[in-house]
Design a protein around this ligand. Structure first.
Ligand code: AMP
Length: 214
């Protein structure tokens, strides 16, 4: 299996681009979605993760690495797996290297969606998600056909609890301090590829991403 690590600040568009790359051979794993699923299911890992997530803090490295490792050990169909939101710290990147060696998988590239802070804040402040199927929208740049309703499954759209302005500010600080160093980690390994994520032309970003992952 080929792994593509998606890098970029919260709101940089990793999930939106990844959703467009998914096919029979390409799967998308969002660590945030994995954690939100565990919280909803009330698992021990979910209960442990919730207090960190509510504050915009990262959950402990070991907790999320275990969950991603478990997922990878059961995923046998994908030729390419887009890892969105993991790793998020240098220790997690090292844990991922170990997990992949055990799983016989390799990192094809680390794809950075490079976006300015002001753009990120604007994007997150309009972000809407479907609690039913996970589809993402934006109030102005990617609105649903009918206001407040998911195009795909018809459920009422919601705002994520950790998308409140104060929590977003903190998440960006956490990104700068803990996740930003991963850019150099993957650059040093010759794996870093960068896409300009500032504009709203999703098709252009998807085309650039496809070139890098194939
Ligand atoms: P996301 O959906 O990727 O924005 O993640 C939402 C929240 O889940 C983050 O603010 C963290 O609290 C937690 N989270 C997701 N992925 C990780 C990770 N790799 N390491 C630690 N915490 C994570």
């Amino acid at each position: 299996m080929n792994i593509v690590v998606l890098l970029g600040a919260p709101g940089s568009g990793k999930g939106t681009v990844a959703a467009r790359l998914v096919s029979d051979a390409v799967k998308h794993l969002s660590s945030g979605a994995l954690l939100r699923g565990a919280i909803q299911a009330g698992t021990a890992a979910g209960i442990q993760a919730q207090s960190f997530m509510d504050k915009g803090e990262l959950v402990p490295d070991q907790l999320i690495a275990q969950m991603v490792g478990d997922y990878l050990s059961t995923e046998t169909q994908a030729k390419t797996l887009l890892l969105d939101g993991f790793p998020r710290t240098l220790p997690q990147a090292e844990m991922l290297d170990t997990i992949l060696t055990q799983a016989g998988a390799t990192i094809r590239c680390a794809l950075l969606l490079d976006v300015e802070d002001s753009v990120v804040i604007e994007r997150i402040s309009g972000r809407l998600v479907c609690p039913g199927c996970g589809e993402g929208y934006h109030a102005t740049t990617l609105p649903p056909k009918q206001a407040g309703i998911c195009d795909r499954c018809g459920a009422a759209l919601a705002t994520r609890a950790d998308d409140q302005p104060e929590t977003v500010k903190h998440r960006l600080e956490v990104y700068a301090a803990q996740t930003f160093p991963l850019i150099a980690y993957y650059r040093d390994k010759g794996l870093l590829r960068t896409i300009d994520g500032n504009g709203n032309d999703l098709d252009a970003k998807v085309i650039s991403a496809k070139k890098e992952i194939n």
